[in-house]
Design a binder for this molecule. Structure first.
Ligand SMILES: *[C@@H]1O[C@H](CO)[C@@H](O)[C@H](O)[C@H]1NC(C)=O
Ligand SMILES: *[C@@H]1O[C@H](CO)[C@@H](O)[C@H](O)[C@H]1NC(C)=O
Ligand SMILES: *[C@@H]1O[C@H](CO)[C@@H](O)[C@H](O)[C@H]1NC(C)=O
Length: 423
């Protein structure tokens, strides 16, 4: 099971008549800093249960659902939705370190950070990225940031220091005067970070670009309880009342955390990966998808999570691979970040001389789900099953999906699989 996600926030110069050459600092000193991950002493970040990164859990969950509702409202029927709420929030937080005035207020408000300040948000991300950086056995989770800066353009040292220290951003120069080369360098960076899964993230770069902020999330997990290959069979998946597609349906009987939320018209199952991550699948009752997705919020997620009980379940889950790419500009504006995209944008924390605005925000995500989680399916888990009729959960119609990281309480990925065969 692999998931990759990349987000690019493109920052352009608002007024094209400005010239970088005059404005660049003497010594940009932010050249090639690949593999340069300065970290402070993080011991101060741990306060028992009350970890600094957990301050982000509630606002980021609200933001995740706000994103969902907005993206869903624009989504063409039958199309899949898939994105990384954490990735998007991280990139925007990194950008907010350089935002001032209204631009900053709007970003913080949309992110739900109004009761926090930039310092505490920065500290929380620093801690969160550190926690995620502890690679665990059987699981790869790479969350990181990059900053492609125009050759000759020198952002303020304070901005560079913040994004390096708190967001572990790797900073490199590109020559936007040669847009194709610049795009290919940026795409190479993303490709390297996502194990080659996302290759052509940015296209059509404007030569007036000052920099591109990048975020990537790469996750490869192994099911704690792998499916067995020989139980996978062809089956129908009902995209909607009139559309059926054939999928490879995996099947497994096992003990799972399961909850049938009768009042809220859904069934919920938690499929754990080895490590601290799980996939939570939410299957609305037939014909109830819209009702569920319109009202769902972080309280539902918590309610579902807290109501799960260990039961025997026959689970039928399609094996699939989907790729989703989309622009986020309108979504972010509609969530309240208008100024960042307009001529009133205030990024004077990035540059005092050059006026910047966000010209584009785009993301791309890929998800593939199979029997093993990864290559090796060698281990078979034998579970003692109680003598009761198993519950049945058949994912043969659109379902919602969350990939949760438990130690940081993050929603790594979230989406709706409408059609598992849509490439
Ligand atoms: C930011 O918030 C933290 C914690 O709430 C507080 O200790 C700190 O003084 C604040 N910093 C500024 C610059 O307001
Ligand atoms: C889960 O995260 C906690 C806290 O970071 C860590 O101590 C623990 O080792 C992790 N568990 C696994 C199975 O990796
Ligand atoms: C339905 O979801 C709501 C909101 O999370 C929750 O308060 C309520 O208890 C749920 N109903 C049932 C019966 O589980």
């Amino acid at each position: 099971m692999r998931v990759t996600f990349a987000l690019a926030l493109l920052l352009a110069v608002a007024w094209a008549d400005h010239h970088y050459d005059h404005l660049a600092g003497d010594d940009p000193n932010h050249g090639h800093h690949h593999h340069d991950h300065p970290h402070n002493d993080h011991s101060q970040h741990h306060h028992g249960d009350d970890m600094i990164c957990h301050k982000l859990a509630q606002p980021n969950a609200d933001f995740a659902f706000a994103l969902y509702k907005n993206i869903n409202s624009k989504n063409a029927a039958g199309k899949n939705i898939f994105y990384s709420p954490l990735g998007i929030a991280t990139a925007l937080s990194m950008l907010s370190t350089g935002a001032r005035g209204n631009t900053h207020d709007q970003m913080f408000s949309a992110l739900g950070y109004s009761s926090m300040n930039q310092t505490s948000v920065n500290d929380a991300y620093e801690h969160l990225l550190l926690m995620m950086g502890h690679n665990q056995q059987n699981q790869v989770l790479n969350v990181g940031n990059g900053l492609a800066v125009r050759t000759g353009f020198a952002p303020l040292g304070s901005f560079i220091a913040d994004v390096k220290t708190h967001y572990s951003a790797e900073i490199f120069n590109v020559d936007f005067e040669k847009p194709q080369e610049a795009a290919s360098e940026i795409n190479q960076f993303i490709s390297d970070k996502t194990q080659g899964k996302i290759k052509d993230m940015v296209k059509d770069l404007d030569s007036a670009m000052a920099m591109v902020l990048l975020n990537y999330v790469y996750f490869r997990g192994q099911w704690e309880k792998p499916f067995e290959d020989d139980k996978t069979d062809k089956a129908e998946f009902h995209v909607d009342e009139n559309t059926k597609v054939m999928v490879d349906m995996m099947m497994r009987t096992g003990r799972y955390d399961f909850f049938q939320d009768v009042d809220n018209h859904t069934s919920v199952i938690m499929l754990p990966y080895k490590g601290n991550t799980s996939m939570m699948i939410v299957l609305p009752d037939e014909g109830r998808m819209k009702e569920v997705e319109d009202v769902m919020c972080k309280h539902h997620l918590k309610h579902w999570h807290d109501s799960l009980t260990r039961q025997s379940v026959d689970i039928y889950l399609p094996k699939f691979s989907v790729s989703v790419d989309a622009a986020l500009d309108d979504t972010l504006k509609e969530l309240g970040m208008n100024d960042a995209f307009g001529d009133t944008a205030d990024f004077s924390g990035i540059s005092e001389e050059v006026k910047l605005k966000v010209s584009k925000a785009s993301h791309q995500a890929m998800l593939s789900v199979d029997e093993t989680g990864t290559e090796a399916a060698a281990v078979t888990t034998i579970e003692v099953m109680p003598m009761s009729m198993p519950e049945k959960m058949v994912l043969n119609r659109p379902f919602l999906m969350f990939i949760l990281e438990h130690s940081t309480r993050s929603i790594l990925f979230m989406g709706k699989i409408n059609n598992p065969t849509e490439a």
